[in-house]
Design a protein around this ligand. Structure first.
Ligand code: SF4
Length: 282
């Protein structure tokens, strides 16, 4: 069997950079977010026999690694029986792995019963990475995210109840100039309600050939400058009241990385942001 290498499909969260990466699907079953360049990729579910062969191939190089990430933009959308099979392969080929994680959309979590989620947990699933992007429903609707904040809350509460870790991404500048203030206010509000295990803050990139690029072209979306995005993020961080949450941003002013455990590192990250804002201000 031809074993594709993972290099062409490595879209894993920052926290999973040291995990074994096993591809189960490619692209996104939803594929309609206005800002997303993955939306142009064809959604493909890899056959189970291919995943098993790839797992066997990767096992020889996995060494002492104890965590594994299932590649695919929303692998939790696969039928539970399919994911359970993959988790069985992991148990067979990676006996040292005690933490499996994957990307999910809130609707993937909400559409599975607690019983299904518990089964997945029993077979090794420990964490889900979800693109929250914004806590503002207007921004989510503008970006055609297909999920409301109440659906995000429902999904994250389910994970909390089932002792599954919840890792969120948020996108700086996603509201553009028009929604900047509410994007920050509402995103801070929902993050404080969820208290995720981590937040990976990304800066908005407007990819060519996306609906968002078209909106910008027509003047319907006014992009923030990198400095304005940093000021947004500083405001967001100042509003967060979180416990034991790892905050990361590798896109600060397109060249810096700031990260640390909240709440302990909050004041030092804000001080670093203030320093960068002062340095970069005209
Ligand atoms: S759900 Fe995620 S991967 Fe899918 S289109 Fe939206 S942003 Fe892209």
């Amino acid at each position: 069997m031809d074993i594709p290498t993972v290099e062409k499909m490595v879209y894993a969260p920052l926290l999973e950079q040291d995990s074994i990466l096993l591809a189960v699907s490619e692209g996104c079953s939803y594929g309609k977010c206005a800002f997303c360049d993955f939306a142009n990729d064809k959604y493909t579910v890899f056959p189970l026999e291919w995943v098993k062969a790839n797992a066997k191939y990767l096992a020889a190089e996995s060494g002492e690694k104890s965590s594994l990430f299932l590649l695919g933009q929303n692998s939790l959308s696969l039928p539970t029986a399919h994911i359970l099979k993959v988790l069985e392969f992991i148990q067979e080929f990676f006996p040292k792995v005690d933490k499996v994680s994957m990307y999910a959309r809130a609707e993937d979590i909400n559409s599975k019963s607690e019983h299904e989620m518990l089964l997945l947990r029993d077979f090794g699933l420990r964490a889900l990475h979800i693109g929250l992007e914004s806590g503002c429903d207007e921004v989510l609707a503008l970006m055609n995210k297909g999920t409301t904040t109440s659906e995000f809350l429902e999904a994250c509460r389910k994970l909390d109840k089932l002792a599954l870790s919840c890792h969120l991404t948020t996108i700086g500048g996603l509201g553009g100039k028009k929604h900047s203030a509410t994007h920050i206010e509402k995103t801070a509000e929902i993050l404080n309600l969820i208290n995720p295990a981590s937040i990976w803050q990304l800066k908005l990139l407007i990819w060519p050939n996306t609906p968002l690029a078209e909106m910008r072209e027509k003047g319907e979306f006014i992009e923030l400058s990198p400095l304005e995005v940093l000021k947004e993020e500083r405001e967001l961080l100042a509003r967060l009241e979180l416990k034991n949450c790892f905050f990361m941003d590798t896109t600060v002013l397109n060249k810096y990385t700031l990260m640390g455990l909240l709440p302990e590192a909050k004041s030092s990250i804000i001080a670093a942001m203030d320093h960068l804002i002062t340095e970069d201000s005209p």
